[in-house]
Design a protein around this ligand. Structure first.
Ligand code: SF4
Length: 379
């Protein structure tokens, strides 16, 4: 075990590591400047259990009905050896009929977490074999398991489908249950799907690089399959994930700063939940909260949608009167002024601005005058 791995293990403590998933990688790109989240994820801390132990309200999760709907839609699309999916791919990717064949990796070893490494090896063999010899390749690989190196650790990722050997180029297919209505899907949901797909693209490129295949063998064009309008009928569209791939690559590169982040923590800091025999956390809450407060957080209201610790960080931001509470637009507009109290003091003249804050102070005072005129009814 290298020293970084040992330090991260000590930070996590005695519980088992929770591996990265495409969703946690997507959350990483949602708030790349947050050291707290980077450390928690890199150490594999069980954030869900940690949040529950601290009695934090949880982010909204999809309902059971929504989950069941998503599973039913995926089954419909891939049923009968992917017959419906093949039809969609032929239309979207112009696949020709002789290229069409299908394999479900789950048929090799089931879906249990214990078989993850086995399924990953099988996926690897099939994909590398296909990359070497496109003539004998399969077109669709259902439930593949890919491996992506994150901060020196393997993360296992499970895309819906890898469709490959279309002009010797691999494509990721994401089956999503949010609808496309009149040809338009919710852009926020599309962006989230592409961020997840970016992790799969990078993992596939990492795999192919083992045998010196160029990254271009994996397309950044992702096939999104969604229900059409208000029906259960699927429709497929191509969406470009290139920007998301670049962004995720950068953020993964930033994880190289982990040793620096660990160096900045007070000695012996640990997020250990001290689980008992039944895996229930026993660590005193104040103790855990103090440890959690050690790394720098970069809270924004968007955290409420993607991070288990959002309430903890929001309370901290409130206590410290952080401008981030007002949203990223305000925070960026008055960058360099970190607290609401300081912004008010500069506006009211209680604080004299330094030269680098003169422009922002003038803008704040102007906004204050406009607001005061508005309240007085003189505008
Ligand atoms: S909620 Fe806290 S830990 Fe999570 S990303 Fe936001 S600032 Fe970071």
């Amino acid at each position: 075990m290298n020293s970084l791995a040992a330090r991260l293990d000590a930070l996590r403590g005695s519980g088992p590591a929770v591996p990265h998933t495409a969703k946690t990688l997507a959350a990483l790109t949602a708030n790349p400047a947050c050291d707290r989240r980077a450390l928690l994820d890199a150490a594999g801390v069980d954030k869900d259990t940690l949040a529950a132990h601290l009695n934090l309200p949880r982010p909204l999760r999809p309902s059971t009905i929504a989950c069941d709907h998503g599973i039913a839609f995926e089954r419909r699309v891939t049923a009968q050896a992917g017959t419906e999916l093949l039809r969609l791919l032929r239309e979207t990717l112009d696949l020709t009929l002789p290229e069409a064949s299908y394999e479900d990796v789950n048929a090799v070893a089931g879906r249990e977490p214990s078989t993850l490494a086995l399924r990953c090896t099988h996926t690897r063999n099939v994909i590398l074999g296909a990359a070497r010899d496109p003539a004998r390749s399969r077109t669709l690989l259902d439930h593949p398991v890919l491996r992506l190196t994150v901060a020196g650790h393997p993360a296992y990722l499970e895309p819906d489908i890898v469709a490959f050997q279309h002009h010797e180029t691999f494509h990721i297919v994401e089956i999503k249950s949010f609808p496309v209505i009149d040809g338009q899907a919710d852009p926020t949901k599309v962006a989230a799907a592409l961020t997840q797909a970016a992790a799969y693209i990078l993992a596939l490129r990492e795999l192919l690089a083992e045998e010196d295949h160029p990254p271009e063998r994996v397309s950044s064009q992702v096939v999104l399959v969604n229900p059409r309008d208000f029906s259960h009928r699927p429709t497929a569209t191509l969406a470009d994930a290139a920007q998301k791939v670049r962004s995720l690559s950068q953020h993964l590169g930033r994880l190289r700063r982990l040793p620096d982040l660990l160096d900045q923590l007070p000695p012996n800091t640990t997020f250990d939940l001290a689980p008992d025999d039944t895996a229930g956390p026993t660590r005193p809450r104040e103790d855990l909260a103090a440890a959690l407060s050690a790394p720098h957080a970069h809270y924004s209201p968007g955290c409420l949608h993607h991070c288990e610790l959002a309430s903890f960080c929001r309370n901290e931001a409130r206590r410290k009167s952080r401008t981030a509470l007002l949203g990223t637009t305000v925070r960026d507009d008055i960058a360099g002024i970190d607290t609401i109290a300081l912004a008010l003091d500069l506006t009211d003249g209680r604080e004299h601005p330094s030269s680098d804050r003169a422009d922002i102070t003038e803008a704040l005072r102007h906004a204050h005058r406009v607001h005061a005129d508005f309240l007085a009814g003189t505008t």
